[in-house]
Design a protein around this ligand. Structure first.
Ligand code: NAD
Length: 485
């Protein structure tokens, strides 16, 4: 029997599901078949108001609890998520079309990692003591208040947790707006948090398009905005948040380089290029979509890559054997196919795939272009689809300059057996997250985020605490106060 995909109601506010059918209907489409599997309604002003009131009201009591108490609830939620991994993974596959082979090991599990990690860290959050002769200063690490999270559609459960877990650990309340394309998973995160003991009003989910996000960002009750999305949306949201002098985290797009030197282990480099271009059908922000391959090994690399791509199992994402699923939407597939057309027109050579696949659902083949030059559109713009651009190089200094010649700076990778070169190259990368002989790992223990147009702030790790809390300095005078008159 098929899983129930229609949620109890569209929104989750103040500890329970709420509906307002006056909001614009949003159809949820299963990307593998094109079928409508649920309908939710965009938040009306009344729903947005309810969420803001609930979040504002609940926050002070939560911040007043001890970190140990807050953390215990988050860790309990992590355990529930792991226990329900199978069902949550199926729902994530319905929401996004990503193969169960991926969702069962990446999505709810990485969400649970964040809840567990920040749950454990909650009790360790402290200020410091600064002695100044007899006098002293102490700092209090305090919550920001109400945090708004706005998500992209590629990792809906993970994004809901990566924003929610550190925010809650620090004593904030959260209003999360999922992407309109994938509204289902965050509701489950909210349900689980409440089941784990989270008091009502602290993690709310409201649905809607960009305008709902924009209404939240501009509300004076909101203290922080964390967006995962594209650079153009990031510019708008950052500007709106700046107007209200709010804290921001911006996790935006990229066009990341991966450099494969002539001494690289070719099999590992091909694996890295596959992970960094075709996982989640290429819909990953940190993907290394500009693959610079040294000219001496280029043909060997392309041959092995094509052989490995022929082993991809494209098909029903619920089949555990399937390793390459559909695109999230027809629109996203058309965008990727449009870039493939541009690549051909601008003179790049297709080495593999690049065609839409006939039938139901939004399927296309993975695509590899060779002979790509730096000025081609497919080498400059984020595609957010399974389109790899292979560029040639000969000289390290030259390839470094080319790798950094982009407005983006999310990630970058290098494959080489030369230890000193590997570290020299990553030191030179203008990117927030780098990989040596690997690609796209994102453990919760490590900071994740971009430089340049790819973002501001860091998610995960201890670094996220700085973005969900603030310090208050308290000066304590032990003697008399001296005044000039
Ligand atoms: P998008 O920018 O179209 O939308 C992101 C979210 O912002 C959605 O929830 C959308 O409704 C909302 N939004 C749109 N306009 C808004 C506005 N004016 N005010 C407030 N909210 C608004 O992005 P997308 O198509 O959903 O996702 C793909 C993009 O996300 C890619 O560029 C990708 O690189 C990026 N991404 C980045 C990361 C990261 O961690 N750096 C992770 C995943 C995806």
């Amino acid at each position: 029997m098929r899983m129930q995909t229609q949620p109890t109601a569209s929104h989750f506010i103040n500890g329970k599901y709420v509906e307002d059918t006056a909001g614009t209907p949003i159809e949820v489409i299963y990307p593998a078949t094109g079928e409508v599997i649920a309908t939710v309604h965009a938040a009306t002003p009344a729903i947005i108001e309810q969420a803001l009131e609930a979040a504002k009201t609940a926050q002070a009591g939560w911040a007043a609890m001890s970190g140990t108490e807050r953390g215990r609830i988050l860790r309990r939620a992590a355990d529930i998520m792991r226990d329900r991994n199978h069902d949550l993974s199926i729902l994530e596959t319905f929401d996004t079309g990503k193969p169960y082979q991926e969702t069962s090991v990446v999505d709810a599990t990485s969400g649970a990692d964040a809840l567990e990690y920040f749950g454990g860290m909650a009790a360790t959050l402290t200020g410091e003591h600064i002695q100044l002769g007899e006098d002293w200063v102490y700092t209090r690490r305090e919550a920001l208040g109400v945090c708004v999270g706005i998500g992209a559609w590629n990792y809906p459960t993970q994004i809901a947790c990566w924003k929610g877990a550190p925010a809650l650990a620090c004593g904030n309340s959260v209003i999360f707006k999922p992407s309109e394309t994938t509204p289902l998973c965050a509701l489950k995160v909210a349900e689980i948090l409440v089941e784990a003991g989270l008091p009502a009003g602290l993690y709310n989910v409201v649905q809607g398009l960009g305008e709902v996000g924009a209404a939240l960002v501009t509300d004076p009750r909101v203290d922080k905005v964390s967006l995962t999305g594209s650079v153009p949306t990031g510019r708008k949201v950052y500007a709106a948040a700046a107007e209200g002098m709010k804290h921001v985290t911006m996790e935006l797009g990229g066009k990341s380089p991966m450099i494969v030197f002539e001494d690289a282990d070719i099999e590992n480099a091909v694996s890295g290029a596959i992970l960094g271009n075709f996982y989640s059908s290429g819909q990953v922000c940190s993907n290394g979509t500009r693959v610079f391959v040294h000219k001496d090994i280029k043909e060997a690399f392309l041959t092995r890559l094509s052989e490995r791509l022929a082993d991809a199992k494209i098909g029903d994402p619920m089949d555990p054997e399937t390793s390459f699923g559909p695109m999230v939407s027809k629109q996203q597939m058309d965008i990727a196919l449009g870039y493939i057309e541009k690549g051909r027109a601008e003179g790049a050579r297709i080495v593999y795939g690049g065609e839409a696949i006939e039938g139901d659902g939004f399927y296309m083949q993975p695509c590899v272009f060779a002979d790509v030059t730096d000025d081609m559109t497919i080498a400059r713009e984020e595609i957010f689809g399974p389109v790899m651009a292979v560029l040639d190089f000969e000289d390290e200094a030259d390839v470094m300059a080319r790798a950094n010649d982009t407005e983006f700076g999310l990630a970058a990778g290098v494959f080489t057996r030369d230890l000193t070169r590997a570290h020299r190259v990553v030191a030179g990368f203008e990117a927030g997250t780098c990989f040596i002989n690997s690609y796209n790992d994102a453990p919760v223990e490590a900071p994740f985020g971009g430089v340049k147009a790819s973002g501001v702030g860091r998610e995960n790790s201890k670094a996220a605490i700085e973005h969900y809390s603030q310090v208050k300095s308290v000066y304590v005078r032990m003697g008399d106060v001296e005044a000039p008159f």
